[in-house]
Write a protein that binds this ligand. Structure first.
Ligand code: SAH
Length: 219
């Protein structure tokens, strides 16, 4: 759970962002509430902090970006979280989406391949009072076997195909959301496991940074 109310000067801006997301079609009230709670300004570099509540992607260092809030909201909405789930996130990045997920699920496990990003995200999540998140440094295309199976898996980088380990670590009935395509453009794809097989549904075209690893693109 995060303490979004601690910085009153950003509350108005955050509320306006929630309204923008509603106008753009985000309907899940729990997702909107999470956006209203999580202090996004903590997760962006100080140089762009004044833009933290614009609905746009921003640079976070190591050549990576924090996605546009609409993209986060749209993606998380697809997971249909009820608060009971164990969720695996691949690509912690700034930790912002991790904080959103922490509001919407019981437990969040998040893997990031850049130590520098993870070292920044960890204290920020603490500062935001997030308690139900575990972070790991490594190749997320291999998942996080120790805590599998997961009710939902959210991959925040674009992959050429579904990494087999993520398929294996998804629970029956679970949902896996992953951008699939080439390095420039992907289709945000929702895969639901039924009878041990993945049913596929295309959501929307997106542009994510590449998923680099054994089950993704070579580095
Ligand atoms: N959701 C993040 C932004 C994601 S950017 C946020 O809210 O800020 C995509 C992230 O995926 C980057 O941080 C990148 O380093 C990471 N990434 C790419 N390939 C990865 C892999 N194989 N394992 C773990 N993280 C990976």
């Amino acid at each position: 759970m995060v303490a979004g109310a601690v910085e009153p000067e950003f509350r108005g801006a955050r509320r306006r962002l929630v309204e923008t997301l509603q106008d753009k079609g985000i309907r899940d009230l729990a997702v909107l509430r999470a956006v209203d709670m999580v202090p996004r300004h903590l997760f962006v570099p100080t140089t762009v902090r004044h833009r933290a509540y614009e609905d746009s992607a921003l640079p976070i260092g190591s050549g990576q970006t924090i996605s546009q809030p609409f993209v986060h909201a749209r993606a998380i909405e697809q997971l249909g979280l009820t608060g009971q789930e164990k969720v695996l996130e691949i690509g912690t990045g700034s930790g912002y989406q991790t904080a959103l997920l922490s509001e919407l699920a019981a437990q969040v496990f998040s893997v990031e391949r850049f130590r520098e990003l993870l070292d920044k995200a960890r204290p920020l999540l603490q500062q935001a009072n997030v308690r139900n998140v575990s972070l790991s440094l490594g190749d997320g295309t291999l998942g996080w076997r120790e805590y599998a199976p997961y009710d939902a898996i959210l991959v925040s980088a674009g992959a050429p195909h579904v990494p087999p380990a993520l398929d294996e670590q998804l629970a029956e009935g679970g949902r896996l959301l992953i951008p699939l395509g080439d390095k420039e453009e992907q289709m945000l794809t929702l895969l639901t496991k039924r009878g041990g097989r993945l049913e596929r549904r295309d959501i929307t075209p997106v542009r994510f940074v590449p998923l680099i690893g054994a089950g993704g693109w070579p580095s």
